[in-house]
Design a protein around this ligand. Sequence first.
Ligand code: CP3
Length: 353
Amino acid sequence: MTLQNDRLLRALARQPVDRTPVWMMRQAGRYLPEYRATRAEAGSFMDLCRNAEMACEVTLQPLARYPLDAAILFSDILTIPDAMGLGLYFETGEGPKFRHTVRTAAEVAALSAPDAEHDLDYVMNAVRTIRRELNGRVPLIGFSGSPWTLATYMVEGGSSKDFRHIKAMLYGDPQTLHTLLGLLATAVTDYLNAQIRAGAQVVQIFDTWGGALSTPAYEAFSLAYMRRIVGGLIREHDGRRVPVILFTKNGGQWLESIADSGCDAVGLDWTTELGDARRRVGERVALQGNLDPNVLFAPPEKIGTEVKRVLESFGHGPGHVFNLGHGISQFTNPDHVTAFFDALHESSPAYHR
Ligand code: CP3
């Protein structure tokens, strides 16, 4: 199937483009009134994820509004622990929660990796439906959480500020945590490969909480498992390379080791300066990022200034995928997002001439 817009794939391969490709983390979501309407119709968030037609509809909503260079599968990183029997649910205003936590060696030993094609078939159905409806307009990004990030939710039982249960395990019973992370690495590899076979053309691993670790703990408990996953992924499908993006929030200080993991691109949040990052990685990987999503709360002129600042920081030439440094806030005004795209598409071609 021919791809009408391959800017994202070209930039990830550090090949020349006419303008900087862009997508936004959480581009389908609560800041869009049309998302809130579909979500209300679907019932719960997980009902929406399980309904391929509706998941497809919300995936395409931001593309109808904005000149985006990619779609990202509408799903969640917590589908894997849910499929492991932990019982995921969302309490309004409190974020994700699990009915069962995993805190002891016996609880870890009782777990097994889901069979993605079977236990997560609703995700693969969504991928196939989205690819059909996209009809080659832009590439589709699949995703998963990193083993460490998934484990934080499984051990804590939900979102956490201090990670005290999982860190008690990390320092007090590291072997049990390694067993859990090894199982999750197998599950994530299988899950991403199933998404690639179903039609995902790029995959991103979200290591949202890797930045909560010390340097040696990041290497041993997060990066080592992402490296194992990257090594096990299908890297070519349908005659095209399937690029892998690793995003560790607050991971800027480990950029060189992340770039050496075998990934094609590294996602950065706004706390790392793109130009410095580019000098540090050289030709090894492409870079993705990194506008502070809170810039979108500023007046449109200021949004334009900040977009130009990010472009200027990366500088001329290929290898940049524009993105926010983290997910877009649910309180963002969709018109401010229009201002963001206007500024970006006006300014970025100059960096590719
Ligand atoms: O980027 C996209 O548009 C694709 C969809 C996507 C969602 N979650 C949809 C979603 C993606 C890529 C994710 C990833 C995800 N989920 C991460 C990693 C990315 C990151 O932001 O760091 C994490 C940590 C989660 C776990 C999770 N799921 C949280 C913390 C929440 C918010 C809960 C809340 O009430 O604030 C979710 C739910 C969720 N996932 C929503 C969306 C659009 C909102 C749920 C709703 O509609 O009620």
